[in-house]
Structures are given as structure tokens and as C-alpha cells.
Ligand binder design. Structure first.
Ligand code: SAH
Ligand code: SF4
Length: 439
């Protein structure tokens, strides 16, 4: 989501005659977009800004420094003290003022502007100027599209409802319009974005007569768009996987056979304390229904270890769930207390040493299981949307299979943006290697 916000802002600046620099040291204005979902992310952002300011000082360069995103929203005014040399601290609901503030700062760089207000206003990222995109100078295969903003779930560990505000959805018509324009530019894959996409339109749009939730109605509408060949979304909530969504995987050929469904814990007691609204059994039932309609479904998840009060027994339940779920991939986090959230004040906070032990143990199990799944892919033929050069080895290209696995292969640069078939020849830890299969 931050990536998409940054892209929109960059487009906004480009339109005003600014140019975008590849390297930080070449820029006159540096705006850092930040995350505060865990303490580590917040520290990283502040540390990075300190380093950028120090570098500019060392080289006697006059630059304008701004910090945006959730860490700016949460830390606000205090960043002015922690970051001497910062010019702008801007909250998540004030992005529309950024160009104007930066222009004022270019004229007078002795000023410091802090604006973190307006968390309950209509989210500005849906105002027209913040829906812009930088016209790509390379071929792009897929595009992120924001469909909603904020979250009302208030999971007890999570800062997002406080940094991004209440849920607010765009209209289906507006989103379809944006996707149609992207399809005309040659985009083949749409990735729908939101903190809790399965709640899309919950307040604004009625469930249809045939029982389709607004989110499924949106999937149906995007599916109709000519030129769009793949649809993905992130992040859903398990409680949004009703039969209407599960059936979509059978009904809508463009909907990719992959889902990132955060489970967070395998212990029902902890799930309740987290305010997640489902049980481990319910979660596993969703997975089996999904695999029933699409056996090749790639399923990823997020898990938190060391939530306050998590006992060894609770942790064993998580291990058990992971073994049953057989995730293709899992993102594992050590619980990080976030000030202002209910869990931060709960008794029985788990010591860091235990969090680390549980994290390592869970990682071992997750990796073992996913290695098996990756191994089983060898010899199979998959459809891949070619994205661009591989990050590690620029002589190779990379793309994603419909089940969301990274596939690496040798090929021609003009394959980028096309859909091709590959036979998997070997597997790595997080990726597969393939050879093109010609029809
Ligand atoms: N809206 C999304 C993403 C939330 S943040 C969702 O509900 O899935 C992404 C992940 O960070 C979460 O799924 C959770 O696993 C993790 N996370 C959030 N708050 C955390 C915290 N305080 N400590 C550790 N991990 C956290
Ligand atoms: Fe945070 Fe996701 Fe829970 Fe919303 S659903 S409160 S974003 S973890």
C-alpha cells in the first residue's frame, strides 16, 4: 500500500515538472514513506532518515527532507526532536498538501512543517490527484489498485486502525474505470489493495440478490474487463471467505489460484484475545474448501508469535495448525507492542528470548513444509506472467505463476509483460526455475 501511495505522489510531482531520481543522493527533495506495524519498521524508518540527513550535512548539500506514512502519523511532532534537520512530517490523511508544503519549503528551508491531522476525513488517497500513476518507461505487467482505505477490525495488536483510520471504500464504477484505463495501457494483472479487502463496500453497497458480497461483485466487474488476464488481491480477512468468494475461484478464470490469508495464531484462546473473529478449525475449513474448488491453490499466511499470554501450549497449537494447513509460504512475526493498542497493556507479555525461540522453531517447520511443496512442482508446467529481470541475476527473467510462485528462467527481454508457459526444472527456497514450453 505504501508502494502505491509513493507511486501516486511521484506522479503528482512529475506532473508539476519535477523529475524522479533513481539515487537518493541525486535528489533535492527526499520524502520517506514509512511503516509502523512493528517497532522494527519504525526504527528502520527513523534510522534511515537520520542517515540521509547526516550524509547531506557531510557533503554540505542543501536538501529538503520529509517523512510520510504510518510512522509519521504515529510519531508526529516528536520526529522534529528526534530528527534534527527534518523539514516536513506529514500524516496519512494529508498527502494532498505535500506538493504545496514542499514548494513553501523550497522557498524557505528554515521552516519545519508538521501536519498529521484529519484522520477521520474522507481518505485523501482517493482524491483524484492521488490516484495518479507515473507513466512507465519500462513495460509493466501488473498494477496495484487501491479499493479501500482503513480498517475497523481493531485486532488488539494492530496499529493500522489508528494510523489509517476508518474503513472507506471506493465505488465499483470508479475502480472498474481505473482498471479499464490500465488495461488499455497494456496491464495484464490487477492486484487489488486494502487492509481488509473482504470488507470492501460493506457499508456502502448491498449484498446482491444472489448472495454476493460487494467484494465478490467487484471481482465479477473486473473480470469483465477485456485485456485484464489476472486478478489478485491483498489483504483479505478469513471471515470474508464465505461461499460466494470460494465459488469465485471456480467461476472466474481470471482470478489467480492464490490467496494470502493471515491466520495469526493456531490457538483459539489467543485468536479470541487478538479479536480475530474465527477459530483455527474455521480457518482450516476455509483452506479445505478453497483446495476443493482449486487443488493447485497457493496459500500464504501471516503468523505472530509471542502475543501476550501465549503459553507453550498455545504455541504448540500454532505448530499443529501450520502442519495441517501446509502453507506455501508464511510470514512470521515476533509480537511487537504498539503504544495505544489494547494488547500492549495486556499482562503476561512474553519475553523476547521466548519469542525468538518460537520464531525460529516455527520458521523451521514452515520452511520444511514449503520446501516439500516447491519440490512437488518439479516437472509440472505452469503459466507465468513475465515481470522483468530477476533481482539477483539480471541475466535471468522472473515472473509469477498463477499460484503466486516466483519462477526464474532464461529468456528474451521482449517477453516482459507477456504470459508464457514454463516447465519447472528445479526448486529453490523461495523460487522455482523453469524452461519455456513452446506450444
Ligand atoms: N491488514 C493486513 C495486514 C496487517 S499488517 C491483515 O490484516 O492481514 C501485516 C501483518 O503484520 C499482520 O498480518 C500481522 O501478522 C503482523 N503484525 C501486525 N501488527 C503486529 C504487531 N504488533 N506485532 C507483530 N506483528 C504484527
Ligand atoms: Fe490490523 Fe489487519 Fe486486524 Fe485490520 S484486520 S486491525 S489491518 S491486522
Amino acid at each position: 500500500m505504501n508502494k502505491r501511495d509513493s507511486e501516486a505522489l511521484a506522479a503528482c510531482f512529475a506532473e508539476r515538472g519535477y523529475s524522479i531520481q533513481e539515487k537518493e543522493q541525486d535528489a533535492d527533495i527526499i520524502l520517506l514513506n514509512t511503516c509502523s506495524v512493528r517497532d522494527g519498521a519504525e526504527h528502520k524508518a527513523v534510522g534511515k532518515m537520520q542517515m540521509l540527513i547526516a550524509q547531506a550535512r557531510l557533503h554540505k548539500e542543501k536538501k529538503i527532507f520529509g517523512i510520510m506514512g504510518c510512522a509519521a502519523q504515529v510519531l508526529g511532532e516528536s520526529l522534529v526532536h528526534d530528527l534534527p534537520g527534518i523539514h516536513l512530517v506529514i500524516g496519512t490523511h494529508r498527502y494532498h498538501r505535500i506538493p504545496e508544503y514542499l514548494e513553501a519549503l523550497l522557498k524557505d528551508s528554515s521552516k519545519v512543517i508538521v501536519d498529521c491531522s484529519g484522520i477521520t476525513e474522507k481518505p485523501v488517497s482517493f482524491q483524484n490527484h492521488l490516484l495518479q500513476r507515473v507513466s512507465p518507461n519500462t513495460i509493466q505487467a501488473s498494477a496495484f489498485v487501491n479499493i479501500m482505505h482503513g480498517c475497523n477490525q481493531y485486532c488488539t495488536y494492530c496499529i493500522v486502525p489508528y494510523t489509517r483510520g476508518h474503513e472507506f471504500s471506493r465505488s465499483i464504477e470508479e475502480i472498474v474505470h481505473e482498471c479499464e484505463a490500465l488495461a488499455k495501457e497494456g496491464i495484464k494483472e490487477i492486484i487489488l489493495l486494502g487492509q481488509i479487502v473482504t470488507n470492501f463496500g460493506k457499508r456502502e453497497i448491498h449484498v446482491s440478490e444472489d448472495g454476493k458480497t460487494p467484494f465478490v461483485q467487484l471481482l465479477d466487474a473486473i473480470h469483465e474487463i477485456e485485456g485484464i488476464e489476472r486478478i489478485r488481491f491483498t489483504a483479505p480477512h478469513p471471515k470474508g471467505y464465505g461461499d460466494d468468494l470460494i465459488e469465485s475461484y471456480q467461476r472466474l478464470p481470471k482470478l489467480c489460484q492464490s490467496a494470502h490469508i493471515p491466520v495469526q495464531s493456531g490457538s483459539n484462546r489467543i485468536l479470541k484475545e487478538m479479536h480475530r473473529g474465527y477459530t483455527g478449525e474455521h480457518f482450516l475449513e476455509i483452506l479445505s474448501k478453497l483446495r476443493n474448488v482449486q487443488p493447485s491453490m497457493g496459500i500464504a499466511t501471516d503468523i505472530i508469535v509471542g502475543f501476550p499470554g501465549e503459553t507453550d501450549e498455545d504455541f504448540q497449537k500454532t505448530l499443529e495448525l501450520v502442519r495441517k494447513a501446509r502453507f506455501d509460504n508464511a510470514f512470521l512475526f515476533k509480537y511487537s507492542p504498539r503504544e495505544g493498542t489494547p494488547a500492549a497493556k495486556m499482562p503476561n507479555q512474553v519475553p523476547m528470548r521466548i519469542k525468538e525461540e518460537r520464531h525460529a522453531e516455527l520458521m523451521r517447520v514452515v520452511n520444511e513444509l514449503s520446501a516439500e511443496i516447491f519440490q512437488q512442482m518439479i516437472g509440472k508446467t505452469v503459466e507465468v506472467l513475465v515481470e522483468g529481470p530477476s533481482r539477483r541475476n539480471p541475466n535471468r527473467l522472473q515472473g509469477r505463476s498463477r499460484c503466486n510462485k516466483i519462477v526464474l528462467f532464461e529468456g528474451d527481454k521482449d517477453w516482459i509483460g507477456t504470459i508464457r508457459r514454463f516447465r519447472i526444472t528445479r526448486s529453490g527456497q523461495y523460487s522455482l526455475y523453469g524452461e519455456e514450453v513452446k506450444n
